[in-house]
Design a protein around this ligand. Sequence first.
Ligand SMILES: Nc1ncnc2c1ncn2[C@@H]1O[C@H](COP(=O)(O)OP(=O)(O)OP(=O)(O)O)[C@@H](O)[C@H]1O
Ligand SMILES: [Mg+2]
Length: 332
Amino acid sequence: MSAIVNSNNQPLLSVQNLHTWFELRKWGFGRAGYVRAVDGVSFDLGYKEAVAFVGESGCGKSTLARTILGLYRPTKGDVVFEGKRLSTFSSQEMRWYHSQVGYVQQDPYGALPPFMNVQRILEEPLLINGVKDKAERERRVREVLTEVKMTPVEDFLPKFPHMLSGGQQQRVVVARSMIMRPKLIVADEPVSMLDASVRVEILMLLRALQEEHHLAVSYITHDLSTVRYFSERIMVMYAAKIVETAPVNDLLREPLHPYTQALITAIPDPDANNARTFKQVPPGEPPSLINPPPGCRFHPRCPHVIKGLCDVQVPPPFEPRPKHFVECWLFK
Ligand SMILES: Nc1ncnc2c1ncn2[C@@H]1O[C@H](COP(=O)(O)OP(=O)(O)OP(=O)(O)O)[C@@H](O)[C@H]1O
Ligand SMILES: [Mg+2]
């Protein structure tokens, strides 16, 4: 898969056959099992590229994000950032990595230490990364607060998280993720816990910061209606795997995987008069990630299942249109 590369022909981030499994607690002599939350995911992310990950609740989006961030150790496979393998990082290299990759979580209040004011929260990464000059730290804190439009900054510097609205808290989280001037921001459902009225504002802010600072962004969401805001490519996750990936407009115009087709018909229509056209994903539940079905994981819910093939063999990625990859036997 092509991506914007540096002069050494490297993408910014390369996720290679990544597996993150959580061990189930073993009771008595019971057999231990695993929740295969990420189960064989590979993709490249280019410099300055914005990619959206979409998929139903529980399909492994946050686990993928946290493994990319180095917060979970992969069971198998690796994450390679600018040619460096995360699995080989010392704690010092991991600190450097966290200055290069910012993290915006779903719950801003939970992400902010309640006992620190905004000034202290934003200074913390600078202190950890050895910015010793107090005046320099203050300058950078003010600069980043201005970038996230929390002005006049004097009003916000002494405030504690509980004194801010949800939207303002998320702006502080975004400011903190930006303060070390990262190359990549991983935003995991950054607006899903906010009031509808501020969601678009925060997405537009992330988009503006991405353009101004030439950032790559991984935007994770279960809401396909927001992906157009700032992603160039979409990856659709189903049951711990990526089943389809394409440039945003291609995928929205012509989704190929039966699961993606179902997701797209499920986008709520903002016009209330058309509310009845809202459709649901196909009947049935997403499969267990402890015992996933053999073959294509979507086959038990798929209206186009080919018996003897889809229920037996895992489909490889096919490329039926340029840069449009789909793991579905219909495109063999
Ligand atoms: N720390 C953990 N220990 C055990 N199982 C976990 C852990 N974290 C996640 N899981 C399981 O892994 C699977 C994927 O979870 P994950 O949170 O990555 O999904 P998600 O796509 O982010 O869902 P959502 O849209 O609800 O945020 C789920 O079955 C979840 O229960
Ligand atoms: Mg999640």
